[in-house]
Write a protein that binds this ligand. Structure first.
Ligand SMILES: NC(=O)c1ccc[n+]([C@@H]2O[C@H](COP(=O)([O-])OP(=O)(O)OC[C@H]3O[C@@H](n4cnc5c(N)ncnc54)[C@H](OP(=O)(O)O)[C@@H]3O)[C@@H](O)[C@H]2O)c1
Length: 394
Protein backbone atom coordinates (compact mmCIF):
# COMPACT_ATOMS: atom_id res chain seq x y z
CA UNK A 1 0.00 0.00 0.00
CA UNK A 2 1.38 3.39 -0.88
CA UNK A 3 2.01 5.76 1.98
CA UNK A 4 0.32 9.08 2.57
CA UNK A 5 3.05 11.69 2.04
CA UNK A 6 2.84 15.07 3.72
CA UNK A 7 4.74 17.82 1.93
CA UNK A 8 6.06 20.37 4.41
CA UNK A 9 6.99 24.00 3.96
CA UNK A 10 9.18 25.45 6.69
CA UNK A 11 8.55 29.11 7.51
CA UNK A 12 11.68 30.58 9.21
CA UNK A 13 15.20 29.29 9.38
CA UNK A 14 16.13 29.62 13.07
CA UNK A 15 17.03 27.08 15.73
CA UNK A 16 13.82 25.15 16.14
CA UNK A 17 13.02 25.24 12.41
CA UNK A 18 16.22 23.27 11.83
CA UNK A 19 15.49 20.80 14.63
CA UNK A 20 11.99 20.18 13.34
CA UNK A 21 13.04 19.81 9.70
CA UNK A 22 15.76 17.34 10.72
CA UNK A 23 13.30 15.26 12.71
CA UNK A 24 11.17 14.77 9.59
CA UNK A 25 13.95 12.69 8.02
CA UNK A 26 13.88 9.36 9.96
CA UNK A 27 11.50 6.80 8.50
CA UNK A 28 8.34 6.85 10.71
CA UNK A 29 8.54 3.03 10.79
CA UNK A 30 11.49 3.34 13.18
CA UNK A 31 8.95 4.57 15.74
CA UNK A 32 6.28 2.07 14.77
CA UNK A 33 4.31 4.53 12.66
CA UNK A 34 3.08 3.11 9.39
CA UNK A 35 1.08 4.50 6.44
CA UNK A 36 2.56 8.03 6.43
CA UNK A 37 5.77 9.77 5.46
CA UNK A 38 7.11 13.31 5.61
CA UNK A 39 8.91 15.35 2.99
CA UNK A 40 10.29 18.87 3.28
CA UNK A 41 9.55 20.42 -0.11
CA UNK A 42 10.25 24.09 0.64
CA UNK A 43 11.74 26.49 3.16
CA UNK A 44 11.53 30.25 3.38
CA UNK A 45 13.60 32.90 5.08
CA UNK A 46 12.45 36.47 5.62
CA UNK A 47 15.95 37.70 4.81
CA UNK A 48 17.07 35.95 1.60
CA UNK A 49 16.72 32.88 -0.59
CA UNK A 50 20.40 32.19 0.11
CA UNK A 51 19.62 31.89 3.82
CA UNK A 52 16.86 29.38 3.00
CA UNK A 53 19.28 27.42 0.76
CA UNK A 54 21.88 27.32 3.55
CA UNK A 55 19.17 26.12 5.94
CA UNK A 56 18.19 23.26 3.62
CA UNK A 57 21.84 22.14 3.41
CA UNK A 58 21.67 21.31 7.13
CA UNK A 59 18.74 18.92 6.65
CA UNK A 60 18.71 15.40 5.19
CA UNK A 61 16.30 14.14 2.56
CA UNK A 62 15.34 17.53 1.10
CA UNK A 63 16.63 17.07 -2.45
CA UNK A 64 14.69 19.28 -4.84
CA UNK A 65 13.20 21.41 -2.05
CA UNK A 66 12.58 25.03 -3.03
CA UNK A 67 14.31 27.88 -1.17
CA UNK A 68 12.38 31.13 -0.93
CA UNK A 69 13.53 34.58 0.16
CA UNK A 70 10.13 35.59 1.53
CA UNK A 71 7.26 33.96 3.40
CA UNK A 72 4.84 35.37 0.81
CA UNK A 73 6.43 33.18 -1.89
CA UNK A 74 6.25 30.08 0.28
CA UNK A 75 2.51 30.31 0.87
CA UNK A 76 1.91 30.47 -2.89
CA UNK A 77 3.74 27.17 -3.51
CA UNK A 78 1.04 24.71 -4.58
CA UNK A 79 3.26 21.76 -3.81
CA UNK A 80 3.20 22.56 -0.07
CA UNK A 81 0.50 20.78 1.99
CA UNK A 82 1.24 22.25 5.41
CA UNK A 83 3.42 25.02 6.77
CA UNK A 84 5.38 24.82 10.00
CA UNK A 85 5.76 28.31 11.52
CA UNK A 86 8.93 28.79 13.56
CA UNK A 87 9.30 32.51 14.01
CA UNK A 88 9.27 34.24 17.46
CA UNK A 89 5.84 34.32 19.18
CA UNK A 90 5.44 38.01 18.29
CA UNK A 91 5.24 37.07 14.63
CA UNK A 92 2.95 34.01 14.79
CA UNK A 93 -0.30 35.92 14.29
CA UNK A 94 0.88 37.72 11.17
CA UNK A 95 2.62 34.63 9.75
CA UNK A 96 -0.23 32.23 10.48
CA UNK A 97 -2.79 34.62 9.00
CA UNK A 98 -0.67 34.84 5.85
CA UNK A 99 -0.68 31.04 5.54
CA UNK A 100 -4.38 30.63 6.34
CA UNK A 101 -5.41 33.38 3.92
CA UNK A 102 -3.54 31.44 1.26
CA UNK A 103 -5.51 28.31 2.18
CA UNK A 104 -2.58 26.47 3.76
CA UNK A 105 -2.75 24.02 6.65
CA UNK A 106 -0.68 25.25 9.59
CA UNK A 107 1.36 23.86 12.46
CA UNK A 108 2.40 26.89 14.52
CA UNK A 109 5.07 26.94 17.24
CA UNK A 110 4.16 27.73 20.82
CA UNK A 111 3.10 30.12 22.20
CA UNK A 112 0.40 30.09 19.51
CA UNK A 113 -0.01 33.88 19.45
CA UNK A 114 0.76 36.87 21.66
CA UNK A 115 -2.77 36.95 23.09
CA UNK A 116 -6.12 35.12 23.02
CA UNK A 117 -7.99 37.49 20.67
CA UNK A 118 -5.32 36.87 18.03
CA UNK A 119 -5.79 33.12 18.40
CA UNK A 120 -9.57 33.52 18.15
CA UNK A 121 -9.08 35.35 14.85
CA UNK A 122 -6.81 32.58 13.54
CA UNK A 123 -9.29 29.87 14.51
CA UNK A 124 -12.07 31.78 12.74
CA UNK A 125 -9.96 32.12 9.62
CA UNK A 126 -8.94 28.44 9.64
CA UNK A 127 -12.61 27.42 9.87
CA UNK A 128 -13.59 29.82 7.12
CA UNK A 129 -10.87 28.39 4.86
CA UNK A 130 -11.56 24.81 6.00
CA UNK A 131 -7.91 24.12 6.76
CA UNK A 132 -6.04 22.37 9.56
CA UNK A 133 -4.55 24.43 12.41
CA UNK A 134 -2.59 23.16 15.42
CA UNK A 135 -0.25 24.54 18.09
CA UNK A 136 3.13 22.83 18.04
CA UNK A 137 3.19 21.72 21.67
CA UNK A 138 5.23 18.67 20.69
CA UNK A 139 5.32 17.16 24.21
CA UNK A 140 1.60 16.39 24.11
CA UNK A 141 2.16 13.91 21.27
CA UNK A 142 4.91 11.90 22.99
CA UNK A 143 4.00 8.30 23.95
CA UNK A 144 5.06 9.38 27.48
CA UNK A 145 2.28 11.98 27.56
CA UNK A 146 -0.26 9.48 26.23
CA UNK A 147 0.80 7.06 29.00
CA UNK A 148 0.37 9.74 31.68
CA UNK A 149 -3.07 10.73 30.42
CA UNK A 150 -4.08 7.07 30.21
CA UNK A 151 -2.99 6.49 33.81
CA UNK A 152 -5.24 9.35 34.89
CA UNK A 153 -8.28 8.28 32.86
CA UNK A 154 -7.85 4.65 33.96
CA UNK A 155 -8.41 5.79 37.54
CA UNK A 156 -5.17 4.14 38.73
CA UNK A 157 -4.15 7.08 40.89
CA UNK A 158 -7.73 7.89 41.85
CA UNK A 159 -9.36 11.27 41.28
CA UNK A 160 -6.58 13.79 40.65
CA UNK A 161 -6.76 16.79 42.93
CA UNK A 162 -3.46 18.56 42.28
CA UNK A 163 -0.66 18.93 39.75
CA UNK A 164 2.63 20.67 40.42
CA UNK A 165 4.58 21.54 37.27
CA UNK A 166 7.78 23.50 36.90
CA UNK A 167 9.84 24.44 33.91
CA UNK A 168 12.65 26.58 35.19
CA UNK A 169 15.96 26.74 33.38
CA UNK A 170 19.05 28.34 34.88
CA UNK A 171 20.04 30.80 32.17
CA UNK A 172 20.64 34.10 33.96
CA UNK A 173 19.22 36.43 31.34
CA UNK A 174 21.73 39.26 31.82
CA UNK A 175 24.56 36.79 31.14
CA UNK A 176 22.87 34.63 28.53
CA UNK A 177 20.89 36.97 26.28
CA UNK A 178 21.51 40.21 24.43
CA UNK A 179 18.65 42.66 25.05
CA UNK A 180 17.44 42.00 21.49
CA UNK A 181 17.10 38.22 22.03
CA UNK A 182 13.58 36.77 21.70
CA UNK A 183 13.74 35.28 25.22
CA UNK A 184 13.80 38.73 26.86
CA UNK A 185 12.91 41.31 24.20
CA UNK A 186 9.37 42.75 24.57
CA UNK A 187 9.24 43.44 20.80
CA UNK A 188 9.50 39.66 20.25
CA UNK A 189 7.00 38.79 23.03
CA UNK A 190 9.87 37.70 25.27
CA UNK A 191 9.80 36.41 28.84
CA UNK A 192 9.61 33.10 30.66
CA UNK A 193 5.82 32.76 30.61
CA UNK A 194 5.17 32.47 26.88
CA UNK A 195 8.32 30.51 26.15
CA UNK A 196 8.82 28.15 29.13
CA UNK A 197 5.77 28.67 31.35
CA UNK A 198 3.57 27.28 28.62
CA UNK A 199 5.12 23.84 29.24
CA UNK A 200 4.33 24.00 32.98
CA UNK A 201 0.80 24.97 31.96
CA UNK A 202 0.78 22.13 29.40
CA UNK A 203 1.33 19.61 32.19
CA UNK A 204 -1.28 21.21 34.41
CA UNK A 205 -3.76 21.23 31.55
CA UNK A 206 -3.11 17.82 30.09
CA UNK A 207 -3.57 16.27 33.51
CA UNK A 208 -6.47 18.37 34.86
CA UNK A 209 -8.29 19.45 31.67
CA UNK A 210 -7.53 17.27 28.61
CA UNK A 211 -8.27 14.10 30.60
CA UNK A 212 -11.78 15.22 31.54
CA UNK A 213 -14.90 14.54 29.47
CA UNK A 214 -16.47 17.78 30.76
CA UNK A 215 -13.49 20.10 31.45
CA UNK A 216 -14.04 23.65 32.64
CA UNK A 217 -11.63 26.59 32.35
CA UNK A 218 -9.73 27.41 35.54
CA UNK A 219 -9.49 30.65 37.48
CA UNK A 220 -5.95 31.91 38.01
CA UNK A 221 -3.92 33.82 40.59
CA UNK A 222 -0.36 34.71 39.73
CA UNK A 223 2.75 36.64 40.55
CA UNK A 224 5.64 37.67 38.36
CA UNK A 225 9.18 38.91 38.79
CA UNK A 226 10.25 41.18 35.96
CA UNK A 227 13.50 41.46 34.08
CA UNK A 228 15.03 44.89 33.48
CA UNK A 229 13.37 45.03 30.03
CA UNK A 230 9.88 44.60 31.52
CA UNK A 231 9.37 41.00 30.39
CA UNK A 232 9.05 38.27 33.03
CA UNK A 233 12.00 36.30 34.32
CA UNK A 234 10.01 34.30 36.89
CA UNK A 235 6.28 33.60 37.04
CA UNK A 236 4.19 31.50 39.44
CA UNK A 237 0.56 30.54 38.78
CA UNK A 238 -2.11 28.93 40.91
CA UNK A 239 -4.99 27.54 38.86
CA UNK A 240 -8.30 26.32 40.27
CA UNK A 241 -10.19 23.89 38.05
CA UNK A 242 -13.89 23.47 38.89
CA UNK A 243 -15.20 19.97 39.66
CA UNK A 244 -15.99 17.63 36.74
CA UNK A 245 -18.00 14.42 36.53
CA UNK A 246 -14.92 12.34 37.45
CA UNK A 247 -13.26 14.45 40.16
CA UNK A 248 -13.74 17.33 42.60
CA UNK A 249 -12.06 20.73 42.41
CA UNK A 250 -8.43 20.45 41.35
CA UNK A 251 -5.46 22.77 41.74
CA UNK A 252 -2.62 23.33 39.31
CA UNK A 253 0.59 25.00 40.44
CA UNK A 254 2.61 26.05 37.41
CA UNK A 255 5.95 27.79 37.81
CA UNK A 256 8.63 28.98 35.45
CA UNK A 257 11.76 31.03 35.57
CA UNK A 258 15.23 31.72 34.26
CA UNK A 259 17.14 32.11 37.56
CA UNK A 260 16.60 28.67 39.10
CA UNK A 261 16.48 25.17 37.67
CA UNK A 262 13.95 22.37 37.97
CA UNK A 263 16.98 20.07 37.91
CA UNK A 264 19.95 21.95 39.41
CA UNK A 265 22.54 19.16 39.20
CA UNK A 266 21.26 17.60 35.98
CA UNK A 267 20.90 14.26 37.81
CA UNK A 268 17.32 14.54 39.05
CA UNK A 269 18.54 14.80 42.67
CA UNK A 270 15.87 17.45 43.26
CA UNK A 271 13.17 14.96 42.26
CA UNK A 272 10.56 15.18 39.53
CA UNK A 273 9.66 18.49 37.91
CA UNK A 274 6.02 17.47 37.65
CA UNK A 275 3.81 15.64 40.18
CA UNK A 276 0.26 14.64 39.33
CA UNK A 277 -1.41 13.71 42.59
CA UNK A 278 -4.49 11.57 43.03
CA UNK A 279 -6.18 10.01 46.02
CA UNK A 280 -4.46 6.63 45.60
CA UNK A 281 -1.10 7.61 44.18
CA UNK A 282 0.77 9.94 41.93
CA UNK A 283 2.57 10.05 38.66
CA UNK A 284 5.85 11.93 38.43
CA UNK A 285 7.54 13.28 35.34
CA UNK A 286 11.17 14.31 35.33
CA UNK A 287 12.73 17.47 33.93
CA UNK A 288 12.70 18.83 31.30
CA UNK A 289 8.94 19.38 31.01
CA UNK A 290 9.25 19.96 27.25
CA UNK A 291 11.15 16.71 26.50
CA UNK A 292 10.84 14.36 29.45
CA UNK A 293 12.21 10.84 29.14
CA UNK A 294 11.37 9.42 32.58
CA UNK A 295 8.18 8.84 34.56
CA UNK A 296 7.55 7.26 37.94
CA UNK A 297 4.22 5.94 39.06
CA UNK A 298 3.97 5.69 42.86
CA UNK A 299 0.86 4.09 44.31
CA UNK A 300 -0.32 4.09 47.92
CA UNK A 301 -0.33 0.25 47.83
CA UNK A 302 3.48 0.25 47.38
CA UNK A 303 3.57 -0.20 43.61
CA UNK A 304 6.36 1.77 41.94
CA UNK A 305 6.74 1.80 38.16
CA UNK A 306 9.84 3.66 36.99
CA UNK A 307 9.93 4.02 33.20
CA UNK A 308 12.38 5.42 30.66
CA UNK A 309 11.09 6.86 27.41
CA UNK A 310 14.01 7.29 24.99
CA UNK A 311 13.08 8.92 21.71
CA UNK A 312 13.27 6.46 18.82
CA UNK A 313 15.33 7.13 15.72
CA UNK A 314 17.38 5.50 12.97
CA UNK A 315 19.89 4.29 15.56
CA UNK A 316 23.64 4.11 15.92
CA UNK A 317 25.58 3.93 12.68
CA UNK A 318 23.09 6.15 10.86
CA UNK A 319 25.43 9.14 11.15
CA UNK A 320 22.34 11.23 11.95
CA UNK A 321 21.98 13.50 14.94
CA UNK A 322 19.43 15.98 16.09
CA UNK A 323 19.11 18.40 18.99
CA UNK A 324 18.50 22.01 19.87
CA UNK A 325 20.54 24.97 21.04
CA UNK A 326 23.89 23.27 20.49
CA UNK A 327 22.98 20.15 22.51
CA UNK A 328 22.70 16.98 20.43
CA UNK A 329 21.06 13.69 21.33
CA UNK A 330 23.19 10.55 20.91
CA UNK A 331 23.70 9.44 17.31
CA UNK A 332 20.52 8.01 15.82
CA UNK A 333 18.18 9.16 18.61
CA UNK A 334 15.31 11.40 17.58
CA UNK A 335 14.51 14.75 19.14
CA UNK A 336 10.81 13.83 19.33
CA UNK A 337 9.30 16.57 17.21
CA UNK A 338 8.20 13.93 14.70
CA UNK A 339 5.31 12.85 16.94
CA UNK A 340 3.48 16.14 16.39
CA UNK A 341 4.36 15.98 12.68
CA UNK A 342 2.85 12.47 12.56
CA UNK A 343 -0.32 13.80 14.17
CA UNK A 344 -0.53 16.48 11.46
CA UNK A 345 -0.10 13.78 8.81
CA UNK A 346 -2.87 11.62 10.27
CA UNK A 347 -5.17 14.65 10.59
CA UNK A 348 -4.62 15.59 6.94
CA UNK A 349 -5.09 11.96 5.87
CA UNK A 350 -8.35 11.69 7.83
CA UNK A 351 -9.56 15.19 6.92
CA UNK A 352 -9.47 16.43 10.51
CA UNK A 353 -8.97 20.17 11.06
CA UNK A 354 -7.52 20.00 14.58
CA UNK A 355 -5.01 18.01 16.58
CA UNK A 356 -6.18 15.04 18.59
CA UNK A 357 -4.51 15.80 21.91
CA UNK A 358 -4.93 19.54 22.11
CA UNK A 359 -8.04 21.01 20.57
CA UNK A 360 -8.07 24.61 19.37
CA UNK A 361 -10.53 25.30 22.17
CA UNK A 362 -7.97 24.10 24.73
CA UNK A 363 -5.14 26.13 23.17
CA UNK A 364 -7.45 29.13 23.47
CA UNK A 365 -8.25 28.48 27.14
CA UNK A 366 -4.50 28.31 27.86
CA UNK A 367 -3.88 31.51 25.91
CA UNK A 368 -6.62 33.19 27.97
CA UNK A 369 -4.91 32.05 31.18
CA UNK A 370 -1.62 33.55 29.99
CA UNK A 371 -3.44 36.80 29.10
CA UNK A 372 -4.86 36.96 32.63
CA UNK A 373 -1.46 36.28 34.16
CA UNK A 374 0.05 39.11 32.12
CA UNK A 375 -2.81 41.41 33.04
CA UNK A 376 -2.55 40.60 36.75
CA UNK A 377 1.11 41.54 36.59
CA UNK A 378 1.07 44.46 34.20
CA UNK A 379 3.02 42.78 31.38
CA UNK A 380 1.96 44.38 28.10
CA UNK A 381 3.73 43.96 24.80
CA UNK A 382 4.00 46.70 22.17
CA UNK A 383 0.71 47.36 20.33
CA UNK A 384 2.12 46.27 16.98
CA UNK A 385 2.48 42.69 18.24
CA UNK A 386 -0.73 42.63 20.32
CA UNK A 387 -2.87 44.00 17.50
CA UNK A 388 -5.56 42.15 15.59
CA UNK A 389 -4.76 44.17 12.50
CA UNK A 390 -3.50 42.24 9.54
CA UNK A 391 -1.29 42.65 7.63
CA UNK A 392 1.19 44.55 9.79
CA UNK A 393 4.85 44.69 8.82
CA UNK A 394 6.94 43.74 11.87
N1 LIG B 1 9.19 23.18 20.48
C1 LIG B 1 10.34 23.55 21.03
O1 LIG B 1 11.03 22.78 21.67
C2 LIG B 1 10.84 24.94 20.82
C3 LIG B 1 12.16 25.22 21.11
C4 LIG B 1 12.62 26.50 20.85
C5 LIG B 1 11.77 27.44 20.34
N2 LIG B 1 10.47 27.15 20.08
C6 LIG B 1 9.56 28.16 19.53
O2 LIG B 1 9.91 28.39 18.18
C7 LIG B 1 9.85 29.76 17.85
C8 LIG B 1 11.21 30.19 17.31
O3 LIG B 1 12.22 29.96 18.26
P1 LIG B 1 13.77 29.77 17.83
O4 LIG B 1 14.49 29.42 19.06
O5 LIG B 1 13.88 28.89 16.67
O6 LIG B 1 14.11 31.27 17.42
P2 LIG B 1 15.30 31.77 16.50
O7 LIG B 1 16.42 30.80 16.49
O8 LIG B 1 15.57 33.15 16.92
O9 LIG B 1 14.67 31.74 15.05
C9 LIG B 1 13.57 32.53 14.71
C10 LIG B 1 13.56 32.70 13.20
O10 LIG B 1 12.43 33.48 12.88
C11 LIG B 1 12.71 34.30 11.75
N3 LIG B 1 12.38 35.69 12.03
C12 LIG B 1 11.56 36.45 11.28
N4 LIG B 1 11.48 37.68 11.77
C13 LIG B 1 12.26 37.72 12.87
C14 LIG B 1 12.60 38.76 13.80
N5 LIG B 1 12.11 39.99 13.70
N6 LIG B 1 13.45 38.45 14.80
C15 LIG B 1 13.95 37.22 14.92
N7 LIG B 1 13.66 36.20 14.05
C16 LIG B 1 12.83 36.46 13.04
C17 LIG B 1 14.19 34.15 11.44
O11 LIG B 1 14.31 33.27 10.33
P3 LIG B 1 14.17 33.79 8.81
O12 LIG B 1 13.95 35.25 8.86
O13 LIG B 1 15.40 33.39 8.13
O14 LIG B 1 12.97 33.10 8.31
C18 LIG B 1 14.77 33.48 12.66
O15 LIG B 1 15.83 32.65 12.36
C19 LIG B 1 9.38 30.47 19.12
O16 LIG B 1 8.01 30.71 19.06
C20 LIG B 1 9.69 29.49 20.24
O17 LIG B 1 8.79 29.53 21.32
C21 LIG B 1 10.01 25.90 20.30
Amino acid sequence: MSKFTVKWGILATGGIAETFARDLWPNPECRGVKDIEHKVVAAASSSSAKRAQDFLKEVRGVEGAKAYGSYEELVKDENVDIIYIATPHSHHYQNAMLCLEAGKNVLCEKAFTTNAPQLEALIKKAREKKVFLMEAVWTRYFPLSIYVRDIITSGKIGPVSRTFADLSMHMLPEKTFEDTHRMVNPDLAGGALLDLGIYALTWVFQTLYTTQSDPKPPTVLSTMRKYKLGTDEQTSMLLTFPPTSSRGEAHGIATTGMRTSADPDGKASAGPAIRVQGETGEIQIYHPAFRPTRTKLVLADGTVEDKEWPQPGPGEGSGWKNGFGGTFQPEGEGQGMFWEADECAFALKEGRKEGKYESLEESLVIMKVMDQVREQNGLKYPEKIETLEYPVKL
